[in-house]
Design a protein around this ligand. Structure first.
Ligand SMILES: NC(=O)C1=CN([C@@H]2O[C@H](COP(=O)(O)OP(=O)(O)OC[C@H]3O[C@@H](n4cnc5c(N)ncnc54)[C@H](OP(=O)(O)O)[C@@H]3O)[C@@H](O)[C@H]2O)C=CC1
Ligand SMILES: O=C(CO)COP(=O)(O)O
Length: 318
């Protein structure tokens, strides 16, 4: 089938590469000002992969929208609202947009599918999340991921068309759980990077146990299924984020406590802000996310603030 991929950064370019490999006709869109696009157009390569000849490139959004009924979006989460507004200036009624992104809107705490539905009513929205780094996939190392939408027929059709021996997809059943799970694993990734930077790597097991607990409480309060947090979108993505040398969020956290600047996109930073909104809105206690908010946005000292998590009153584990 024809598929347009909107966004030609690290992940969008990989998605185009993957869908071409899975046998689809792929058009990859990048904005006119994009350095990523320019590099791909000139060399057909980026830092991670080489684009096969079959993938077409364009910076005409109109052309990308007309090319296909199914579109992937992979851009930075905080830009999604304005981008969805832009999409809505074209004829997108009945088309499907699959979000390959992991974030929440910082000011409102809204999920990305909500953002698109608000700005582009009439489009179908799905999400494709779960563990995986370009560096591993291009070496042929397979992984499992999850695709979900509010319409189970759309979910099943996409999973069937996108599956290959490189990615085994599961049908997502819980948009709240999968979207919150995917966004917040980046928050735990930042915390893990901070632990690495502070010489506390051995605490990552505890972070995994308490992090999943904290996020599952939120998901339940929001009306999702708390078990989803123990699935591919969240716990299943911990290796790729809390432990992987490739994770931008983990590297951001480590660089932060080491006093260095990390220039690439770490979606978890804005998600920490969103979590403070949700924690208040749903009256859910979120100690790890709150500690990160103090460190990242209120200048609290990282080591001391993380250590204070140990001084909280003793309670039952579950
Ligand atoms: N396993 C998984 O599911 C993975 C998911 N991701 C997710 O993918 C998303 C993108 O991450 P990643 O590719 O690493 O980030 P990059 O920074 O590499 O790419 C972001 C892309 O977004 C584009 N962009 C930013 N703002 C706009 C806008 N207003 N309009 C159009 N395009 C815009 C950028 O354009 P430009 O080229 O002009 O800069 C760039 O191409 C994130 O949400 C991330 O969490 C990432 C890796 C793995
Ligand atoms: O989502 C990812 C791996 O599954 C990518 O994580 P980072 O954005 O932290 O690199």
């Amino acid at each position: 089938m024809n598929i347009s991929v909107l966004g030609c950064g690290r992940w969008g370019t990989f998605i185009a590469w993957y869908l071409n490999k899975a046998g689809h006709q792929v058009l990859l869109w990048g904005r006119e000002t994009s350095k990523n696009y320019k590099e791909l157009a000139e060399t057909r390569k980026n830092d991670y992969l080489a684009l096969p000849e079959g993938i077409e490139l364009t910076n005409s959004l109109e052309m990308a929208i007309e090319y296909s009924e199914v579109h992937i979006i992979s851009i930075s989460a905080q830009q999604l609202r304005s981008f969805a507004w832009q999409l809505n200036q074209h004829n997108i009624k009945g088309k499907t947009f699959i979000l390959c992104m992991k974030g929440l809107e910082a000011e409102s705490g809204k999920r990305l599918s909500q953002v698109v539905s608000e700005e582009a009513a009439g489009a179908n929205v799905a999400v494709w999340v779960g563990p995986g780094h370009v560096q591993d996939f291009v070496k042929g190392i397979p992984n499992c991921m999850v695709i979900g939408s509010e319409n189970v027929d759309i979910t099943k059709e996409i999973v069937q068309k996108f599956s290959s021996d490189l990615i085994r997809f599961y049908y997502g059943q819980d948009m709240i759980g999968n979207e919150i799970g995917a966004a917040t694993k980046n928050v735990m990734g930042i915390a893990a990077g901070m632990l690495d930077g502070l010489g506390y790597t051995s605490l990552k097991g505890s972070l995994m146990a308490r992090g999943t607990r904290e996020i599952s409480r939120l998901v339940r309060a929001m009306g999702g299924n708390d078990i989803t947090i123990y699935g591919l979108s969240h716990l299943g993505d911990y290796e790729a984020t809390l432990f992987s040398p490739h994770s931008h969020n983990r590297k951001f956290g480590q660089s932060f406590v080491e006093g260095e600047r990390f220039g690439k996109l770490a979606e978890g930073v804005a998600t920490v802000e969103a979590l403070m909104v949700l924690s208040k809105q749903y009256n859910v206690e979120m100690p790890i996310s709150g500690a990160l908010y103090q460190i990242l946005f209120e200048n609290a000292e990282a080591k001391e603030t993380l250590e204070q998590l140990f001084l909280r009153p003793i309670k039952f584990e579950f």
